[in-house]
Ligand binder design. Structure first.
Ligand SMILES: CSC[C@H]1O[C@@H](n2cnc3c(O)ncnc32)[C@H](O)[C@@H]1O
Ligand SMILES: [Zn+2]
Length: 428
């Protein structure tokens, strides 16, 4: 199967310079990118007036929480989690998880996200939704060790890894997911890190999201959250995906230096929950890989990565009182090459180049808020939004064209979401 995109304004993200050209896709990979390609193809897409760029990669998500979007807002994280989210999650059936995840995937595909990292429960249902929708995903069974469950959660985590790693034409990868420093005591944390090292499995966790977490870890271990993980050996033994990392001091950033993996910055969720501003510029200066994520729609409300790109850039400018901080290309890099590295898939995605997987989005530029095109990078980072995405291609397959989802029945999805979301909140 060959698909040819003709005459698009191409931003490869390998360089900052866009150019007008063609992209040839063969099977699941990009075969060629040139100013002009003359060849036969099964499908030809007219890319005129469109920007072509790598699909955006959401490095931290809880997909089924899309069913809890706008259910509870304007609360502190711990109160929001304990009093609202956990009781609602206790009402969710595996089928709810499947439809909640599908809702998130519909929104992601429609806003130009082609891959994501997810941490949740009932991961078989999420994996099934990934298989059907055609998305690329790194899946993690979130592990909280505050009560003895007889090893059930751990069994599910290992089952996910065994059953789904490399499945769905290689689109699914997996990680181990100790939820956070405040929900996983040292011994189980050590065991997970040892297992990750032994089996070469990446780890996905939350770190230093709120001041309350910093206080709690200080009271319990007399350490900062980053120190806690560092002394458990986490950063030297495995690839680690750290969500948030808002409250890191200079020494904490030093602990992360040289780590495999890096930090998923989730600026919109951090803003909305009043968590603070992550030291993104300082982490980048220390060579720490930084990507972008939304967190779940239960907190972020939207999964539009263009909002994250904009918020990331503006927060650093505001924090330093300096508009030169985190310029457009750097913020776009976080959502593409940065997040790809966090998901451990940078060899396959994150840039447009021959040989890489064909994860490509086409953005309609002939819109009042995207004209004139003095600077494509600025337009994409500071003015575009998810609704400007016309076409989404993942693993060489067109999953949205002309804003029509091709792998998801949107009408059925809306029906299921309406029934299930009502039942969940009525049950609390
Ligand atoms: C055990 S599965 C993952 C678990 O994480 C919860 N969660 C959602 N958003 C956040 C956040 O911002 N910080 C910490 N934990 C979060 C979610 O509700 C699931 O229970
Ligand atoms: Zn999270």
């Amino acid at each position: 199967m060959r698909t040819l995109i003709k005459g698009a304004t191409i931003l490869t993200m390998r360089s900052e310079e866009p150019f007008i050209g063609d992209i040839l896709i063969e099977g699941d990979r990009i075969a060629d990118i040139q100013p002009s390609i003359s060849t036969q193809a099964d499908t030809v897409i007219n890319g005129e007036g469109m920007a072509a760029m790598p699909g955006l990669i959401n490095a931290h998500q809880h997909t089924p929480m899309s069913l809890l979007r706008a259910f509870s807002d304007d609360l502190r994280l711990m109160e929001w989690l304990d009093k609202k989210m956990l009781p609602a999650e206790a009402q969710m059936t595996p089928e709810d998880i499947y439809w909640g995840a599908k809702l998130a995937m519909a929104e992601m595909i429609k806003s130009g996200t082609t891959a994501f990292a997810d941490m949740y429960i009932h991961m078989n249902e999420i994996a099934a939704a990934v298989e059907e929708t055609g998305m690329r995903a790194s899946l993690t069974r979130g592990l909280v060790f505050l009560e003895n469950d007889g090893g059930r959660r751990m069994t599910e985590a290992l089952d996910l890894i065994q059953r789904w790693s490399g499945k769905a034409e290689g689109r699914i990868t997996t990680m181990l997911g100790p939820h956070s420093p405040y929900t996983v005591p040292p011994q189980p944390f050590r065991e997970l890190i040892a297992l990750a090292e032994q089996e070469n499995i990446p780890l996905h966790t939350h770190l230093a999201e709120t001041k309350e977490e910093v206080v709690k870890i200080r009271e319990t271990y007399n350490q900062t959250p980053a120190e806690y993980l560092f002394h458990l050996g986490m950063f030297e033994k495995a690839h680690v995906l750290l969500a948030h990392s808002v409250h890191l001091n200079r020494r904490d950033i030093g602990y992360l230096k040289g780590m495999r993996g890096g930090v998923s910055h989730n600026p919109v969720s951090n803003l909305k929950l009043g968590c603070g501003i992550a030291p993104v510029k300082d982490m980048i200066e220390q060579g720490i890989t930084t990507g972008l994520g939304t967190d779940g729609a239960g907190s972020a409300t939207t999964l539009d990565m263009f909002e994250e790109i904009r918020a990331a850039s503006w927060l650093q400018k505001l924090d330093y009182g300096d508009p030169t901080k985190l310029p457009a290309f750097d913020a776009l890099s976080m959502a593409t090459t940065g997040s790809a590295a966090l998901l451990n898939i940078a060899h396959e995605t994150g840039t447009l180049e021959a040989g890489k997987k064909a994860d490509i989005i086409l953005i309609h530029l002939k819109k009042p808020h995207l004209q004139p095109v003095h600077n494509l990078l600025s337009l994409l980072a500071y003015s575009a939004n998810g609704a400007d995405v016309d076409t989404t291609i993942i693993n060489g397959k067109i999953v949205m064209q002309g804003r029509q989802l091709l792998t998801i029945d949107e009408e059925e999805l809306m029906k299921q979401v309406s029934i299930r979301s009502k039942r969940i909140v009525e049950g609390i």
